[in-house]
Design a protein around this ligand. Sequence first.
Ligand code: SER
Length: 890
Amino acid sequence: MESAEIRRRWLSFFEERGHTVVPSASLIADDPTLLLVNAGMVPFKPYFLGETKPPAPRATSVQKCVRTPDIEEVGKTTRHGTFFQMCGNFSFGDYFKEGAIKYAWDLLTNSVADGGYGLEPEKLWITVYLDDDEAEQIWRERIGVPAERIQRLGKKDNFWSMGVPGPCGPCSEINYDRGPEFGVEGGPAVNDERYVEIWNLVFMQYERGAGDGKEDFPILGDLPSQNIDTGLGLERLAMILQGVQNMYETDTLRVVMDKATELTGVRYGEKHDSDVSMRVVADHIRTSVMLIGDGVTPGNEGRGYVLRRIMRRAIRNMRLMGASGPVVADLVDVVIKTMGQQYPELITDRRRIETVALAEEAAFLKALKGGTNILDTAVTETKAAGGGILSGDKAFLLHDTWGFPIDLTLEMAAEQGLSVDEDGFRRLMKEQRERAKADAKAKKTGHADLGAYREIADAAGETEFVGYDRTEGESTVVGILVDGVASPAATEGDEVEIVLDRTPFYAEGGGQIGDTGRIRIDTGAVIEIRDCQKPVPGVYVHKGVVQVGEVTVGAKAQAAIDVRRRKAIARAHSATHLTHQALRDALGPTAAQAGSENQPGRFRFDFGSPSAVPTAVMTDVEQQINEVLARDLDVRAEILSLDEARKQGAIAEFGEKYGERVRVVTIGDFSKELCGGTHVHNTAQLGLVKLLGESSIGSGVRRIEALVGVDAYNFLAREHTVVAQLQELVKGRPEELPEKVSAMLGKLKDAEKEIEKFRAEKVLQAAAGLAKGAKDVRGVALVTGQVPDGTTPDDLRRLVLDVRGRIPGDRAAVVALFTVANGKPLTVIATNEAARERGLKAGDLVRTAAKTLGGGGGGKPDVAQGGGQNPAAVGEAVDAVERLVAETAK
Ligand code: SER
C-alpha cells in the first residue's frame, strides 16, 4: 500500500467517525517552546490545556513533523529519520481510553477491502503504563488481546509529554512483530527492533511542570478534561505494509536513493558506508524540501541552522559517494514529485524551493573548497604537534568564515582520526554572540551604563507617548543627563539628554528613526532636539543641545516635533508596510522582514530571499505598491490582544517579543502588521513610491532602498533630465536610447579591435627589415635594435619571435630587441635551437642586458624578458649582449 493511500485511509476512517479533518500545520511551530513541530498534537496544545475552546470535540490530521536531536544517528541506524508524518486522532474531552483503543484496533485490523490496513491481530503487541489497569483491561476484555501479548512499561516508554511543560499522560503503544528474522522473541519490552512501535495512544489528562526531559518532572495537576492524543508513524506503517526492511526502503524515500544511485553509480545494499550515506541523503533532502516548503531558509541560527546542517550533510554524503558536481536539483526534483502527491503546495512552490536549495548548495560547495583546505592544514599541524584534538579556534574559524556546521567539522576531523574541542568552540560562539549584543546596545545609547536611565524611570515612572495623534504638548522635565550622568540642571551650550513625563517625540524603534524638534522651557530656555531614543523600555530620551537659557529638573516644558520631517518619516513607514506585503505576495512568506529603516522620504527594507529578486519582479512589486496608493486606502491603528491580531492574519515577526496587547496597523484590505510606528492616514498621502533596486547584505538577506513622495518625484525628475540630455546627444526618442547606445558601444569596440590589428601589423612589418640587418658574430646571426617607444611587452615578444623565425634554422640566431615604455627600458631576447646548442641562453642574455639597464629579468633558454630603470642605457645594453654572444660562441 502506497504512503498516499495510507494517509487517505487514515483521514477517511476518522472522518467517517465524526472527526474534523485538520490539514497539517506548518512545520514552523506557533509555539515558543519548540523550534519545529515534532508531534501531531502540537497545533492542538491550547485545546488540551483548556486555554482555547476547540472548534470541534474530535479532530484528525496527518501532521508533518521534524525531530532533530539525533541527526548524527540518522542513516547509521535504520530507525532514525528527521522528517516523518504523524497520523493522529484527537479527542478534546470527548471519548477517552476505550474509544481510542477501539478505533485503533479496528483501523489496523479491518481488512483492506473494508477500508482498514489489514494487519494480522496476532502480530500486534500492546504496552501500557505500569499502573494503568484500566487500559489493560480494555485491551483484554473489550478487544480480546491475550494477556501474554500485553506488557507494562515505565515512564520512559509509556508516559508521554512534550519534554517541556505542557499536557501529558500515560500512554499505550501498539507494536508490530516483524518476525524471527528481526531477533529474539519476548515482545517490545525485550526487543524493540523486532517488535516495532507503530501507534502511540496518549491518555492526555495531566499537566507537567519544568524538569529534566522525559522522566524527571512534577505533575502540576489534572487538565480541565480527559483527552486523547494518538500518533501513528506513517513511515513505520508503510514499511510494514510494503514489506520492506526499514523506512528508507519505503516508496517515498526509495526513489530518492534511486536518484542518488543514478547520480553516483553507488548501489544501495552493497556496502555499509555507502548505505549510511544513501540514507542520510534520502532523509535529509526530503526534510530540507519540506522545511523550505514551509518557509525556512538556511541560516546560522535556529531553524535556518537546522536546515543548513541537514542540507550540507546531504551534499557532503553525495560527495563521499563520489558525486563531484551539483546534485541538489535532481534530488529535490524527485522529492517534490513524490511528496507533492500529498502536499500539492510543493508543486506550486517548486521554483522558490529549488531556488533556495540551489543557492545553499552553491554556497556550500564554495565553502567546502575553502574550508577543506583549512581543515586539512589544521589536521596536519595538530598531528605534527602530536595532538589528537583539533582546537576550538579552528572549528570556530571554519564555522565563522566557511559556514561549516560543527557536526561537519566533527565528522571530517573524525575521518582523519581527530576529535574536536567542542567546549572551546561553543565558548567562542557564545563570546561572539555577546560581543554582537553589546555592540548593538552601545550603538543605540552611546552609553553602556543604563543605570542612570533606570533610576529616572524608578523615580518618575515611564514616559507617556502622546505622539500618535499630537505633534506638541505640555510636559514636565523629569530627568536631565549630561555626559550620561544625571544632573539637576543644564545651561546654554550643554549637550543634554532630557527625559519628560510625557512626549510627542517618537523614540527610534521598529525601524523608524527618532523625531527631532524643540523643547521650550517656561523660563524661556530652548533645547534643540536632534534625536530621541529609548535606551531602557519606557524611557524616552531626547538628545540635543541647550540653545539658550537654563533647564532644570521639574521645569514645565512645551515639546514640539519637526512636523514636516515626521510626516515624511510616516510616509516612508507606511510605504515600508506596503512593500513588505507586495514582496510577500510576489515571493511567498520567505520574504519576511529582516530589518528596516524609515527616514524622511526614504526607507530601506531588508528581507529574506536566497537569491537576487529578478528585475521583472521588482517592477511588478513597485507597480503594485503604486496602484495601492491610488486606491486611497485608509490607514488605521488599533490595540488588540495578540491572539486576536494573529487570528486576523496580522504579520508578526518571528523572534520578536510582543506583549499581550499589541498595536496593529491596517492599510485598507492590503496590509496588516503588528507595529508601534507612526503612519499616514491615507495611502494617497504617499504620492509616489520609487524602488531604487535591491542588493545582497549577507547570506540570504536582501535590501531594497526606496524613495517616497517628493523625494521619489525629485529622483524621477533628475532621471528625466538625464534622459533628455542623452536624447539630445544621441538624437533619438527615449525608447530608442538603449538600442542606439548599445549600437554605438558595439561600433566603438569594433573600432578598437581594428586599431589594435593595425598596430600589431605595423610592429610586425618591421620584422623583415630587422632580420635582414642581422650581424654575424662568430657565426651567430645577431639581431639587435630598438623599436618605437610604447610598444607593449606582448608586441615586443611577438616581434622577437617573428624575427627569429625568419632566420634559417640551421644558422644559430639570437634576437635581442629593446623598447621604452612609460619611460622604462624593456627587452625581450630569443635564441633558436642552433644557438642554444652553442651555449647561448636567452635567460643569461637578458640578465646581462637588464643589469646594464639597471634592473633585472629572466626566463627560459629560448625566450626571456627583462627591464630596467635607465632608458639611456639601451645602447650599452646592446653592446653587452653582443659581447656575451661573442664570448659564449667562441
Ligand atoms: N504525542 C504522541 C507522540 O508524539 C502521540 O501523538 O508520540
